[in-house]
Each structure stands twice: as structure tokens, then as C-alpha cells.
Design a binder for this molecule. Structure first.
Ligand SMILES: Cc1ncc(COP(=O)(O)O)c(C=O)c1O
Length: 398
């Protein structure tokens, strides 16, 4: 049976990570996968996380299973992080949250749930989007289509085209939004644009599914939830997949959540019962450690303050590297205007480099970026910046 199988293509992002590992070039630079690196090129453990872990190690008495949907205190802190303290959706029992393994787990459970709740719905993802989105939704048997998002010549949001497409969708279709730090473009709607998108979502009776993988990396922990809070209107349903991989640095602890907002508490509970069935069929119940860390931090004023300061430092370093990347390219003799890099949010920059230029960066210079031209700015350091800018200048010369 297995001999009939041909090799599946490598994952467009994690496959590059593997290729990077095999590359013997001592000067190689990895700007592919979305992992934050500090000024020394290292992915650190947050101090707040270490302190929470010390507390957990001291107090933990059992490794028995969690409930299918995780611990209730985790659901409370996740909802507060998304909507703010004592928001009506939480206070009125309209929101339910299941703890999932990472944001990807949240998306996959959302997909399986949608396949039960509305199997005919089409899932609309932005063009471009994180390559795993279509993969996850199609794996659950859902139909996936794209809506315009990126205006390449202007390096901006294709807002009118996006509005026009969303304005034609049938009621009940699902629209995937990136809560903040759109991956791969780094371009987020402005507050006015979010409000206008929310009007269309309401008018057309669409179901927003917000992928919230970078809360705190654009403008701030509270500020970055602005899009979600604009999208939620009283009496409307929505889904949110949170990831704590980046903003808590918990990548390999697989820590995330799926939050559902219903119109009534009874509908919320019925939905949760289906979400739990989907979880049971996938992985039975979630891994505990990462969620315990997130809950311990968010339940403590001191740890929360330390965590927010660490997120702010991360945000600050990324902004600083964006500025230096732009000036470094100019210093390397690049005349093309790359100033849009400074206006983008989060870890990624969509550089506009062609596939051929990306291939030459990899093969001639040992610099790994995603085929779409997406660069992980959070992987740039003062040490690798001159090599990077020099190599880009070379491939741009043709
Ligand atoms: C847009 C987007 N969604 C979801 C995820 C998944 O995050 P996690 O590692 O928590 O599964 C990522 C991670 O790269 C992402 O960029």
C-alpha cells in the first residue's frame, strides 16, 4: 500500500526550515518561519513565562486529564484578553471558549464545527493569506475561495475590491479575517475600514472567523483587539481562533483557543457541545502546560504587567528592525522605494521580491524567505542586516 505513494510536496514554510537546517553555508540567514528572534538571533523564553512556570512547578499536584474544552479559568482569561474585562458577551453567557493546541488547533476545530453547523458554507480567505488556511479548511471538507486583500502596486489594502467581493457573498458564508498583523502582508485595516467591513458583514449576514495569532505585536494588546471588537455587533455570531505561540513565546507548548460568540446562552452551550465532540474526535483533550502558563500570567497583575512590557519590547525591536531594514537597503544602493516596510505591522514584510529573486537569495546567498516574498522581519539582527541588504541589492540588479 505505502509503496504506491509519491512524495507529498514540502510545506511551503516549514519545508524551508528543513532546507535551511541542511544548508552548510555558515553565513545562512533564516527569515522564513514566523518565529521571533531577539537582537542576538535567539528565540527567548519570556521572564513572565519562566516565573509562571516556577509557580506551576511548585503548586501542581496532578497531571490528570483536562476537560475536553480545557480549564474554565483559561476560558475566562482568553475572553478577557479578546473582549476586555466584563464584556457583555462574557457577562451574558454568549461566549464559550475551548482550549486548543495552538491557533492551528483552534482553526481546525472551527473548521470541523462549521462542517457540522453549515456544511454548505464557503470559507473566504484573503488573497494572499497564511498558506495553512486553505489547507486546514479543505482538510475539514469545506469549500475555500478568496477575497481581494492586497493592492500590490500601492503596497496597501485593496479595500474597495475587498468590500465589493464581501458585498456579494451569500448569507451564512464564512469570512476569515486576520485580527492584527495580517500574514503575509503586514497590512491591517484602519479602524474606519474595520467599521465599514463590519457593516458589510452585518448587512450580508456573514460569519466572521477571526484568526488572532499576533495580539499585541501591531500596536498593543488592547489596541490589536480593535478589529474584533468592531466586527462584533450585538446579536451577531462570530468565531475567534487565538494563538499564544508568538505573543507569549509558547510556540512548542501548542497553546491556543477557539472562542464562539452566539446570539443566546442556549445557542452558545449547544455550539460548545458540538465543539467538544469535534475535539474528542481529533485529540480528545488539550495539553495543559502552556494554558496554565497563560492563565497564571493573566490572573496575576504583576505577571501581566511584566508580560505586557515584554510584548512591548518585542514590538519595539520589530519596529526598529523595520526602520533599519529600509535604511540598510538604501545604504546598499537599492533605489526602489521600500518605505512601505515601515508602515506594515507585525513580524512579516511582504517585500514584492519575485519568486526568481527569492530563489537566488536562497541558492546564491543562503538567505531563506518564503516564496511569496514574505520576510520575517523579527529574524533580522544588526549582525545579519548588512548581508541581507547586500544580497537583496544584488538580486534586484538582475
Ligand atoms: C496567521 C496565522 N494563523 C495561525 C498561526 C498558527 O499558530 P500556532 O503556532 O499557534 O498554531 C500562525 C502561525 O504562524 C499564523 O501566522
Amino acid at each position: 500500500m505505502f509503496e504506491r505513494l509519491e512524495m507529498a510536496p514540502p510545506d511551503p514554510i516549514l519545508g524551508l526550515e528543513e532546507a535551511f537546517g541542511r544548508d552548510p553555508n555558515p553565513a545562512k540567514i533564516n527569515l522564513s518561519v514566523g518565529v521571533y528572534k531577539d537582537g542576538d538571533g535567539f528565540t527567548p523564553i519570556f521572564n513572565s513565562v519562566k516565573r509562571a512556570e516556577e509557580q506551576i512547578l511548585r503548586d501542581e499536584t496532578s497531571k490528570s486529564y483536562l476537560a475536553i474544552d480545557g480549564a474554565p479559568e483559561y476560558a475566562v482569561v482568553v475572553q478577557a484578553l479578546i473582549f476586555g474585562e466584563a464584556h457583555p458577551v462574557s457577562a451574558d453567557g454568549l461566549a464559550v471558549t475551548a482550549h486548543t493546541p495552538g491557533g492551528t488547533g483552534g482553526l481546525r476545530i472551527a473548521a470541523d464545527f462549521l462542517k457540522r453547523a453549515n456544511p454548505e458554507a464557503t470559507v473566504w480567505v484573503s488573497q494572499p493569506t497564511w498558506p495553512n488556511h486553505p489547507n486546514v479548511f479543505r482538510s475539514a471538507g469545506l469549500r475555500v475561495e478568496t477575497y481581494p486583500y492586497f493592492n500590490a502596486p500601492a503596497n496597501d489594502l485593496a479595500f474597495e475590491e475587498m468590500r465589493a467581493t464581501l458585498g456579494r457573498l451569500p448569507a451564512g458564508d464564512v469570512v476569515v479575517f486576520h485580527g492584527s498583523c495580517h500574514n503575509p502582508t503586514g497590512i491591517d485595516p484602519t479602524p474606519e475600514q474595520w467599521a465599514s467591513i463590519a457593516d458589510i458583514v452585518e448587512e450580508r449576514q456573514l460569519l466572521p472567523l477571526v484568526d488572532f495569532a499576533y495580539q499585541g505585536l501591531a500596536e498593543g494588546v488592547r489596541e490589536d483587539a480593535g478589529g474584533i471588537r468592531a466586527l462584533h455587533r450585538p446579536g451577531r455570531e462570530m468565531l475567534i481562533a487565538s494563538s499564544f505561540s508568538k505573543n507569549f513565546g509558547l510556540y512548542n507548548e501548542r497553546t491556543g483557543a477557539l472562542t464562539l460568540v452566539a446570539r443566546t446562552p442556549a445557542a452558545a452551550q449547544a455550539s460548545l457541545s458540538h465543539i467538544k465532540q469535534c475535539i474528542r474526535a481529533n485529540y480528545s483533550n488539550p495539553p495543559a502546560h502552556g494554558a496554565k502558563i497563560v492563565a497564571a500570567i493573566l490572573q496575576s497583575a504583576a505577571l501581566s504587567a511584566e508580560w505586557e512590557a515584554e510584548v512591548a519590547a518585542m514590538r519595539g525591536r520589530i519596529r526598529d528592525m523595520r526602520r533599519r531594514f529600509v535604511s540598510g537597503l538604501a545604504a546598499a544602493g537599492v533605489t526602489r522605494d521600500f518605505s512601505f516596510i515601515e508602515r506594515q505591522h507585525g513580524m512579516f514584510s511582504f517585500t514584492g521580491l519575485t519568486r526568481e529573486q527569492v530563489r537566488r537569495l536562497r541558492e546564491d546567498h543562503g538567505i531563506y524567505i518564503v516564496e511569496s516574498g514574505r520576510v520575517n522581519v523579527a529574524g533580522i539582527t544588526e549582525a545579519n542586516l548588512p548581508t541581507l541588504c547586500g544580497a537583496i541589492a544584488t538580486v534586484l540588479q538582475g
